[in-house]
Design a protein around this ligand. Structure first.
Ligand code: XMP
Ligand code: MG
Length: 183
């Protein structure tokens, strides 16, 4: 087990757990996209670490591009009103697009993004989410085709996920101690 960062309450997914999950997702995507030359769209910045691992587990031709969005939501919750900070450099008309996200919470960010990309007439748009947050009484606005793992309704950091740009480099997925985001 990795050494635990002092601000992390608990490790949910170790390096080994993550490797197994990403390998499983990569195999599924390889089977589904073998002859589709997918365009992998990584949503900056959180999905960068997952995307870098996932693409190396996909054994078929593919291309990647990046988008950066910022949610107008206050604090931790997204409002569904999304501003494009960096758009794709690739034309997606007729392409099979696979959006890669770090974590799906309400799904509002992704549903906005999917609608925007669908307006550009791609052949398909699907989502691979590394994590889905299970929030009681909440049905996410988007159903990802590929899901890595479910996590509880707490603040999750590591493996690309941040709090205030910190902790992205932790090699595991952990729950942040409330003291760490209240201070
Ligand atoms: P929605 O609600 O639109 O939110 O699905 C998705 C975005 O919110 C961020 N998010 C988190 N980031 N730890 C994080 O580091 C979390 O526990 C967390 N929950 C939501 C994330 O940027 C995601 O794209
Ligand atoms: Mg974030």
């Amino acid at each position: 087990m990795e050494s635990l960062h002092p601000d992390v309450k608990k490790i949910l997914l170790s390096k080994d757990d993550i490797h197994d999950i990403v390998a499983r997702m990569g195999a599924q995507i390889t089977a589904d996209y073998a002859d589709k030359n997918p365009l992998i769209v990584a949503v900056l910045r959180g999905a960068v670490v997952f995307t870098a691992d996932l693409m190396r587990e996909i054994d078929c031709p593919l291309a990647i591009d990046f988008m950066a969005v910022s949610s107008y939501g206050e604090g931790f919750k997204s409002s569904g009103v999304v501003r494009i900070v960096k758009d794709l450099d690739t034309k997606i008309e007729g392409r099979n697009v696979l959006i890669v996200e770090d974590i799906l919470d309400s799904g509002l960010t992704l549903s906005y993004l999917m609608r925007m990309l669908e307006n550009r007439n791609p052949a398909s748009v699907e989502v691979a989410a590394f994590l889905v947050k299970d929030v009681e009484g909440n049905t996410p606005a988007v159903t990802p085709r590929y899901v890595g793992a479910h996590v509880p309704d707490e603040f999750i950091v590591g493996y690309g996920l941040d709090f205030s740009e910190r902790y992205r480099n932790l090699p595991y997925i952990g729950i942040l101690k409330p003291e760490a985001y209240k201070k």
